[in-house]
Design a protein around this ligand. Structure first.
Ligand code: NAI
Length: 727
């Protein structure tokens, strides 16, 4: 065996039969990335392969790390500014050139994917003639660049289009950034074979090399046609116009350029020769990587998410603990979902409601979810049975004996919540963690109902629990560090993302989403066409339109919370500012009896039999719309600013203590548009940074009211030229 120089991140191992194994193994790093060392190693390897071509029978590319290859170096990318465009463009071309040299060596090249091959990893695999994936648990394959506001620029667009055809490449891999497990990747045509063991994978690779001594890519063969045709093909041409339209619908025109660039790169690169196609891909990539949106998204979905999950907000020095048996109190919509999430993570669950029947109904919710998963091949009968066996429905508090965590999800009523905790405190394990899933009630107040207030904490899930990745942990005044750490561990145990906030009415998420909704409703009250309000929310990138979201939440619940909060504020001697939305909500409920979707009528009409939304209620136009208009940009920014400004106030008030938690919580919990990188990153990335944002806030304040006045902390950041970071 011979070896390349030590600094290389690609090890060259050649056996006596002429098979070269290129082992990706960045020294001193936990994962392989497309950093400078990799780029120079790739060039060295391509040089050597060409020089020693005659003694090489075939090449296997694999990795010594757990993941095959992690993709681009994001630390690097986040620093690339417009001035670096030319350099970024050239660097991209270098990688493409060297992969292409290996691809066209005339020798069989096999990707042996020992672990996840996402982004750059799958692009390396695409440059190989044969792709074998090891069926390793958790292993994922795909091109998720779009989820970071980028496009795959290592030939990923050019080759996936040539491999799968434009339509499939866009829909299956490029536009949504889907990550497939190895078996799905096989079914979708992303890999050729799946191996059960590493030995089998390498044997398959050698078998391919033996059988294909002169491999080349299908797209390098004479007369190769892209599957499904190119835009020049009449059949394809007929379908093409639908693409941008569908895309616009999907993205609702958010200021989010990646999908548009991907679409353009895919279509344009399909019409030209391979080398020109690579240049087109590089140009569209450069535009994205030098722009603000990719930076926002990398900051949020990589750095912030990592910081949050790694436990930035978890108290140090508390031993990690796993929950074995959890009591879920209340088997309604939330309790049923929480029971499922816990059971899925292997936790024994006792699901308690007022009657066995009600508890069993809660368990039936898991049965329904599992039946769907089974039908889609996402679970097996054995897994389903094991999960269901872990959920015990009951009405008898004695069944909660031995539970080491309690999650309460009964009606939103403090007296009832006090009562159910009293009922069970003596039954569960003496040091059981006590959690409430209240969406708004102060944790400190609820803790008055339990003996061990230090073990009492808020664990705020989002609906539907099985889909929503976030849990907001709320620390009451008397909550101890141990309880906080255990709650954090529990959230991680059920594979969700925890953010931590201090106690306050509505916490972070419920309070801030309220600002969004109020702003939308206020615009209806100003006489603006409700369809435009919905359009503005969608085009700002919100996943749910504002009035439809209000209907989902019901108009009565936020109203009740509002009235209770006002009472609390006034009782404490404060003055309640009110909101222009209040009057609209009151009229909707009191005058027109429209309480939201569950009541069958809200801002929208609903089909009686299916419960589906049919149209905006025509009465809105009659009773509210005056033909008033304001600039579209103002409509969008009123919603975005209302949320961002209130988040800054929450930082000032000490409810929020982490910028990363705020950014991630806003995107994963309450649908703040992902292209912004989160509610505080939105301020950082706003034109002119926090100072530009503050200046714009003043304009909105002058035009629409005091609630847009820039808070003190924002002005301080603006004056100091600082951004919101965790430091
Ligand atoms: P729900 O009305 O669907 O379920 C409440 C359940 O509690 C019912 O099944 C009821 O029979 C049961 N219950 C009542 N008294 C009980 C007792 N003494 N012992 C055991 N069970 C009892 O309500 P939902 O929507 O599940 O909400 C539950 C809690 O979760 C509330 O505090 C709510 O504020 C909170 N929450 C709700 C969210 C939502 O989107 N619906 C989101 C996050 C939190």
């Amino acid at each position: 065996m011979s070896e390349t120089p030590a600094a290389s991140t690609i090890r060259w191992e050649q056996d006596g039969t002429g098979v070269v194994t290129l082992v990706l193994d960045d020294p001193g790093q936990s994962a392989n990335t497309m950093n400078a060392a990799f780029i120079s190693s790739l060039e060295a390897v391509a040089d050597r392969a060409e020089a020693e071509r005659d003694s090489i029978r075939g090449i296997i590319i694999t990795s010594a790390k757990k993941t095959f290859f992690a993709g681009g170096d994001l630390r690097d990318m986040i620093r690339i500014g417009p001035a670096d465009a030319e350099q970024a463009f050239r660097k991209g071309l270098d990688i493409k050139r060297d992969l292409r040299r290996i691809e066209t060596l005339g020798k069989p090249v096999v990707a042996a994917l020992n672990g996840s091959a996402l982004g750059g990893g799958y692009e390396i695999a695409l440059a190989c003639h044969h792709r074998i994936a090891l069926d390793a648990p958790g292993s994922r394959i795909g091109l998720p660049e779009v989820t970071l506001g980028l496009l795959p620029a290592g030939g990923g667009v050019v080759r996936s289009v040539r491999l799968l055809g434009i339509t499939d490449a866009l829909l299956k891999v490029l536009l949504q950034g889907r990550r497939y497990d190895p078996r799905r990747a096989l079914a979708e045509g992303l890999v050729h074979e799946v191996a059960a063991t590493e030995e089998e994978m390498l044997a398959m690779a050698r078998a391919f090399i033996d059988a294909h001594p002169e491999s080349r890519q299908p797209w390098d063969t004479e007369g190769y046609k892209i599957p499904g045709g190119t835009p020049a093909h009449p059949k394809f041409a007929a379908n093409l116009p639908a693409f941008p339209a569908n895309l616009r619908k999907q993205l609702a025109g958010a200021p989010y350029p990646a999908p548009r660039n991907i679409l353009a790169a895919a279509v344009e690169s399909s019409q030209v020769d391979f080398e020109t196609a690579q240049v087109i891909e590089a140009r569209y990539f450069t535009e994205l990587v030098t722009g603000q949106t990719a930076k926002n998204m990398i900051q949020a979905f990589f750095f912030d998410l990592q910081a949050v999950n790694a436990g930035r907000s978890r108290p140090e020095g508390v031993e990690p603990r796993q929950v074995r048996k959890a009591a879920v109190l209340g088997a309604g919509m939330m309790g049923a979902g929480i029971a499922y999430a816990c059971a899925r993570a292997g936790i024994e669950v006792v699901l308690k409601d007022v009657s066995l029947e009600a508890a069993a109904k809660g368990k039936a919710y898991s049965e329904g979810l599992l039946a769907k998963a089974l039908a889609k091949g996402r679970t097996t009968e054995a897994e389903r049975d094991a999960l269901l066996a872990r959920i015990t429905p009951t009405a008898d508090p004695r069944d909660l004996a031995g539970c080491d965590a309690v999650i309460e999800a009964v009606f939103e009523d403090p007296a009832l919540k006090h009562k159910v905790f009293q009922e069970i405190e003596g039954v569960v394990a003496p040091d059981a963690l006590l959690c409430s899933n209240t969406s708004t009630l102060p944790i400190t107040l609820l803790a008055e109902g339990v003996e061990r207030a230090a073990d009492f904490i808020g664990l705020h899930f989002f609906s539907p629990v099985d889909k929503m990745p976030l849990v907001e942990i709320i620390k009451g005044e008397r909550t101890g560090d141990e309880a906080l750490a255990r709650a954090f561990d529990l959230v991680r145990q059920i594979r969700k993302t925890p953010i931590v906030v201090n106690d306050s009415r509505g916490f972070f998420t419920s309070r801030v989403i309220g600002q969004f909704i109020n702003e939308g409703v206020a615009m209806v009250g100003e006489g603006i066409d409700p369809a435009s309000v919905e359009q503005a929310a969608a085009q700002a990138g919100y996943p749910a339109k504002v009035l439809s979201l209000m209907d989902e939440l019901t108009l009565t619940l936020p109203r009740r919370i509002r009235d209770e909060t006002r009472r609390a504020v006034e009782e404490a001697g404060g003055s309640w500012p009110g909101h222009p939305a209040d009057e609209v909500i009151d009229r909707m409920v009191d005058e027109f009896g429209r309480t939201g979707r569950s009541g069958g009528a809200g801002f929208y009409d609903y089909d009686e039999s299916t419960g589906r939304r049919t149209r905006l209620w025509p009465g809105l136009r009659e009773h509210f719309t005056t033909g008033a208009t304001i600039p579209f940009r103002d409509m969008q920014e009123r919603m975005l600013f209302a949320e961002a400004i209130d988040t800054v106030r929450l930082l000032e008030e000490g409810v929020l203590t982490s910028v990363a938690d705020a950014n991630i919580g806003s995107i994963l919990g309450i649908g703040f548009p992902g292209w912004t990188g989160g509610v505080l990153q939105y301020i950082n990335g706003y034109q002119g940074g926090p100072a530009g944002f503050a200046a714009r806030a003043r304009e909105l304040e002058a035009a629409y009211g005091e609630r847009f006045a820039p808070p003190r902390l924002l002005l301080e950041k603006a004056a100091a030229g600082e951004t919101f970071t965790d430091g």
